[in-house]
Design a protein around this ligand. Structure first.
Ligand code: UD1
Length: 340
């Protein structure tokens, strides 16, 4: 079965392709390489012994999207990752985010309709919950006004998909990720931020390897046990596996409704300081960090109710915080070996 993976050279996309190929799916990647590198395809080949087809195209361009489906008329399903994801940048360049994240989705859905491809797994985010009133947060929690244009593109994308489902044969599973971190155990693929990382774990590993001077911990006056924000960190390989289950559920027509939503997290929240301690424990290195002001737009605490994913999707995160940090550190070490 041939699956189109958009954003397939990106962080979560690449890990998902490894799992897909190991489960017998054939993969076509569509990526414009705006935030990733083509050699990820070689790394996927090295891990799985299968080279996915790679098409460098821009999904925000309708003609290119159509040409892609015309070239691969045997695509039967799509996993849509391709999107910009830097929260801070999105507040400075909102139109860049609305244009890229939403035009590409609309083009994709239009073209899927035209080619009668009716199966979609969509990469959404816990950002749609804002600061939930009750924790852990489940899928029925209210969607709150987005704190950033990036977050808004995820909310609007969910609406675009569910409206399209009401008016067409499309069926979809929307996966709301909590905080994906870590890397494949081979250390051949991992998170590769271009420029200064926005996210916590790449910043931790880059500081420890010497690429950055000091990690800034954004605020220690939150209403949490140690005052720093709490997140539900999830190993990217666990996350990748959930995509295979979601896709198979749709393919095998086991879905209960044409549009389903699942939280993907571990169900446990850790503070920034706990994350740092875990990193120091598994790496045996001391991290240089200092407490600074809060970062605008950060939610105080969030972690997932994963009951639905556990019982309905048959998925459960297996790896703990130490595994996540160890694999992230191994990946950073491997990157520095490559450079030297
Ligand atoms: C954010 C988005 C999420 C998005 C993800 C992708 C929100 C609420 N969350 O996650 O939807 O999918 O980015 O980029 O919009 N931290 C530091 N110092 C740093 C970096 C981070 O202390 O240098 C802290 C943050 O304050 C936060 C935690 O580490 O408490 C995790 O931050 P980060 O990795 O950036 O992820 P989120 O902001 O949770």
């Amino acid at each position: 079965m041939k699956i189109l993976v958009t954003g397939g050279t990106g962080y979560i996309g690449a890990h998902t392709i490894v799992e897909l190929q190991q489960h017998g799916f054939e993969v076509v990647i569509a990526d414009n390489l705006s935030n990733s590198f083509a050699d990820v395809v070689d790394a996927i080949k090295e891990i799985t012994a299968i080279r996915p087809v790679f098409e460098q195209i821009d999904l925000a361009d309708a003609a290119q999207t159509k040409a892609l489906f015309a070239k691969h008329p045997d695509i039967v399903g799509v996993i849509h990752f391709a999107a910009f994801k830097a929260v801070g940048e999105s507040t400075k360049l909102p139109l860049k985010y609305y244009h890229n994240n939403l035009f590409s989705l609309v083009n994709l859905l239009n073209t899927m309709q035209e080619f009668d491809v009716n199966t979609l797994v969509f990469s959404s985010s816990c950002t749609v919950y804002g600061q939930p009133e009750t924790l852990p947060v489940d899928e029925k929690a209210a969607i709150q006004k987005a704190l950033s244009p990036y977050g808004n593109t995820k909310q609007i994308a969910e609406d675009i998909i569910s409206d399209t489902i009401k008016a067409s044969p499309l069926k979809a599973i929307m996966l709301r990720y909590f905080n994906p971190i870590g890397a494949h155990e081979s250390a051949l693929i991992g998170e590769l931020p271009i420029g200064i990382p926005n996210n916590l774990v790449p910043f931790i590993t880059q500081t420890t390897i010497g690429k950055r001077d000091c990690l800034q911990v954004f605020g220690n006056d939150y209403d949490t046990p140690d005052g720093t924000c709490i997140r539900d960190y999830i190993h990217v390989v666990d996350l990748a596996k959930a995509h295979v289950l979601a896709l198979s559920r749709l393919m095998e027509k086991k879905n209960d409704a044409p549009c389903e939503v699942f939280n993907l997290g571990t169900g446990t929240g850790y503070s920034v300081l706990e994350a740092i301690q875990a990193f120091e424990r598994v790496s045996g290195r001391k991290l240089n960090y200092k407490i600074v002001e809060r970062r605008a737009g950060d939610v105080e605490k969030i972690w997932a109710d994963t009951h639905l994913a556990n019982t309905v999707l048959g998925w459960k995160a297996e790896k703990g915080l130490d595994d996540m940090m160890r694999s992230a550190w191994n990946w950073e070490l491997k990157l520095s070996e490559k450079k030297n």
